[in-house]
Write a protein that binds this ligand. Structure first.
Ligand code: LFR
Length: 485
């Protein structure tokens, strides 16, 4: 009997992580894949922790969860007569751990929500003019981009910086690489050449080997270290395959687009709103609109804006729960949906909302600042967040079309936000376009698809991978309600 190969996707977001088994469903024994099946085998929570007054990730705990998840993956696969062929890892971007010559992490990695990098922006820009930085990297200015975080490091001698998914891959395999889609979020990556921008390292006095060499999605990082293999119960020949290790890059792989020109919104903690392009847009107008040119899988460009996202709501829910308010999300969204359109809005990408702490008050304060009033009522605040996000999405999509000289008539919403019907309908209304919502698990699907292609279980480029997602998942369509436009 042949043992079926399945794939383990490690997918960690800012608030939770999962290890998922992915199976390609074949039409017949020899046939091409018809879809992807996901089975979550381990879930865990994540969040920033305060250590010595700074906001960090508890990486050691996360890594233990990854090991536990891989152990579960191996057990579940074996029970079904399957073999885990490879492991792919994706997480949020920009953050890194420093590893010394002995391969040890020198401290728990800082979170991008820590405010220390804000003070580094000025000094970095004095060495490198922001216009020059954009012309090379095409990266949206965000105060937490890796380039600013690195400028706060007291000592980089004798250490290497590994982005979070690369750090996990290193601890699993002993191999140090920097996966390219995530490298493109550092602010040290050349958007046109698709290589490290070595002149930027020189200008900032950073060693050129501060990060390990690049690796592309689909390439093999290495195989499991023997002690890891025995801890998780997988053969030491199991490989770790680079996927779009930036979660957004994996999510964009699994946008179920059937048309060539489409917009996407990867809607989760953040909202990543934009287009897929062949070439970066590095114009002054693009810089002023703060659009980013991040790398996608297969050398594509993720031309998008990183906007505030459902973090605004989850942080409010956290505060309300602390105050004893218990209304579940669906009920809250229903109440919010029943309120009239045209209420107050905030700018969801204001850096004022990046840090945790009493979000409802901050939102109300931001509204009051514009001269309007927002009652201290969860439904009203929720509606304000939804209206603000939808309006922001519409603005970003129009700007992307103008800046990239493209037109789209469909907007794909993937990730957690695709389950939020109020947000999807308001997005259809605000953009005046058809919104196709789903899949919610786009990131894990993109992770699995890139591994499956590397293993030869699926073939083709992004359109073929997307067709598998479109055929195998339920999608909901929202059409603009003209009355609310
Ligand atoms: C989404 C995401 C965004 C990135 C932000 C911080 O999870 O990866 O793309 O800008 O997190 O890393």
């Amino acid at each position: 009997m042949t043992v079926r190969s399945v794939f383990a996707a490690v997918d960690i977001g800012a608030s939770s992580g999962r290890v998922i088994l992915g199976r390609i469903k074949a039409a017949d024994l020899s046939g091409a894949g018809t879809g992807v099946e996901l089975e979550v085998v381990h879930r865990f929570s994540n969040g920033v922790v305060e250590i010595d007054g700074g906001l960090r990730w508890d990486f050691d705990a996360l890594f233990e969860e990854v090991l536990e998840g891989l152990r579960a993956a191996s057990t579940v696969a074996a029970a079904q007569g399957e073999q885990v062929a490879s492991i792919g890892i994706d997480t949020w971007a920009v953050d890194y751990g420093l590893v010394n010559a002995a391969g040890k992490l020198t401290a728990q990695p800082f979170s991008y929500r820590d405010k220390r990098s804000r003070a580094a922006v000025g000094p970095v820009h004095r060495k490198l003019d922001p216009a020059r930085l954009y012309a090379t990297t095409g990266l949206q200015f965000l105060q937490f981009n890796t380039i600013y975080q690195l400028a706060t490091e007291p000592a980089l001698k004798g250490v290497q910086a590994l982005l979070i998914p690369d750090l996990i891959a290193f601890l699993l395999t002993g191999q140090r690489r920097t996966e390219a889609t995530n490298a493109s979020t550092t602010g040290l990556f050349d958007a046109v050449a698709g290589e490290w921008a070595t002149e930027l390292f020189t200008a900032l006095g950073l060693r050129k080997d501060l990060f390990p060499p690049l690796i592309q999605p689909g390439e093999t990082v290495g195989t499991l270290l023997p002690e890891i293999a025995s801890r998780v119960g997988l053969p030491a020949s199991t490989s770790v395959v680079a996927v779009g290790s930036h979660d957004t890059a994996s999510a964009v792989v699994a946008v179920p687009a059937q048309e060539e020109d489409f917009a996407y919104i990867s809607s989760g903690t953040w909202s990543l709103v934009g287009l897929e392009l062949r070439h970066p847009v590095l114009t002054q107008a693009s810089r002023e609109a703060n659009f980013t040119n991040e790398r996608g899988v297969d050398g594509t460009i993720r031309y998008l804006r990183n906007m505030g996202g459902l973090w605004l709501l989850s942080e409010c829910q956290r505060t309300w729960a602390g105050e004893g308010y218990r209304r579940d999300l669906q009920a809250l969204l229903q109440d919010a949906g029943a309120l009239p359109a045209g209420g107050p809005r905030i700018n969801p990408d204001d850096s004022y909302f990046i840090a945790p702490d009493n979000m409802p008050e901050r939102i109300r304060a931001a509204v009051h600042h514009t001269g309007e009033l927002l009652p201290d009522d969860p439904a009203a605040i929720t509606r304000c967040i939804m209206d603000s996000l939808a309006a922001g999405y519409a603005r970003a999509i129009s700007a992307a079309e103008r800046l990239a000289e493209r037109t789209v008539d469909v907007v794909h919403v993937v990730g957690g936000g695709s389950q939020n019907q109020l947000l999807c309908q308001l997005t259809a209304d605000a953009t005046g376009r058809r919104v196709v919502a789903g899949p919610v698990e786009a990131t894990a699907l993109g992770n699995v698809l890139v591994q499956a292609r590397a293993a030869g279980q699926v073939t083709g480029g992004l359109p073929e991978l997307r067709a598998l997602v479109a055929g195998g998942h339920e999608l909901r369509v929202f059409t603009p309600e003209l009355s609310t436009l």
